[in-house]
Design a protein. Sequence first.
Length: 210
Amino acid sequence: MKKMLFIYFGLSLTTFVVSGCGQPAASQSPDPSSYQTQISESETLTLTLDSKTITIPISNVDSVKKYLDQAEPHERASERNRIQTTSFTSASGTIYGDIKYGCGIKLCNHTLVQIKNNAIKTIPLFSGSILTAHAFSPDKKYLAVLLGRNEGTEVIRQSLMIIELDSFTLAELENRNDVVTMLTSADFTTPILCQDQKKVPQKNQAKIPQ
């Protein structure tokens, strides 16, 4: 592309008609406050947000459980200890957590967790990536997650996942054009700049402001 492409998430969601929700399906379980008494500490994940700590059983995060189940028994504890989590909230107070597992030197697999009204939902994100940024749509119905992969030291190829928050599944966009397909591809084809991201070469860039 000869010019820098500016992608405004709020405007994009009003331009692209969203109908239904795509896969992957979300998993749901009630009352996270009761988890600590139901499962041992060694088989839980912890999200920390300010002074609040929330414990989630690994058995309720299918993608992480399947990953750990593939490990040899003597490796399971080590793999579990390598899992990392980060958290953030929406304006309404809904809690979200990024669970990073199966990490290499820089890239990880990710599962996004939503904790809302005493229920937990999860959705796997594109694997082998870095979670770079996130942004809620102006109507608070969608969440855009920006994932990236390093190419050398200067270029990060990225992909955008748009999640419908009520069902917590990938939003299915109609009237999808070539640009939208490129930006949301799991192939990580395009550098997408955020305002707080380091500058990369101007060629073939797209930009989403926070």
